[in-house]
Design a binder for this molecule. Sequence first.
Ligand SMILES: Nc1ncnc2c1ncn2[C@@H]1O[C@H](COP(=O)(O)OP(=O)(O)OP(=O)(O)O)[C@@H](O)[C@H]1O
Ligand SMILES: O=C(O)c1ccc[n+]([C@@H]2O[C@H](COP(=O)([O-])O)[C@@H](O)[C@H]2O)c1
Length: 216
Amino acid sequence: MHVIYGGTFDPIHHGHLRLALEISDRLEVVPINLVPCHIPPHRGDTGASAEQRLRLLELALAGEAQLRVDERELKRAGASYTADTLRQLREELGPEHPLTMVVGTDSFASFDRWREWQSIPELAHIVVVRRPGAELDPDGLPAAMLAERRVSDPQALHGQPCGLMLDLQLPLLEISATGIRERIEAGRSPRYLVPDSVWQEIRRQGLYRACPDGNF
Ligand SMILES: Nc1ncnc2c1ncn2[C@@H]1O[C@H](COP(=O)(O)OP(=O)(O)OP(=O)(O)O)[C@@H](O)[C@H]1O
Ligand SMILES: O=C(O)c1ccc[n+]([C@@H]2O[C@H](COP(=O)([O-])O)[C@@H](O)[C@H]2O)c1
């Protein structure tokens, strides 16, 4: 099975990394492919450029055999729509190969506003990871879609190419990229929230600082 986990990763942090490893263990899939988006479809400018976010991801994943970066969205111009990415992968993998995307409830809550969202279950399975503080509206379309397609056994995803949804409650780290950017902007260190190599590179490049030349 091919698994992708997309995000802005601005910057990558230990919450993302722990989630990806948990998914690898639960689904019994190696590697999990982290897909940084080029231009995120539903948010404003990123704090770091696409190249800088990719560099931080590469540093975070150095020597980590369970996780890999897939740069396909960075090579595409324009907004990074997940349906385009999945369609491209489906062509590469063929019609029968199981394909799965992973998404947290904070992103999945607005799934019915994603480009061509109704076609996504025809391309891939979806693993929805419950994120504390980001509950789904029980009357909303994403919750209805989840209820209709929900399976409880991760093994079910291996048995068909797409169309199922796994509702996962995982032990998550309460870390957000927004919180990290705010800390850095305020002159406070995010160490232990991101890998050391990532923090060193953020400092070296002066990323997320209101005044990049200032001392820490
Ligand atoms: N700490 C975390 N634990 C589990 N999943 C997370 C965590 N942080 C983000 N995610 C999930 O990872 C994916 C990519 O997230 P994203 O790159 O937007 O990170 P973020 O920390 O939520 O960033 P921001 O604060 O800028 O929104 C989303 O599906 C999101 O739900
Ligand atoms: O395809 C879309 O319309 C779409 C809309 C919002 C988010 N996404 C994807 O969802 C993933 C998480 O997004 P974000 O903004 O929470 O980092 C990332 O891979 C985005 O490309 C995709």
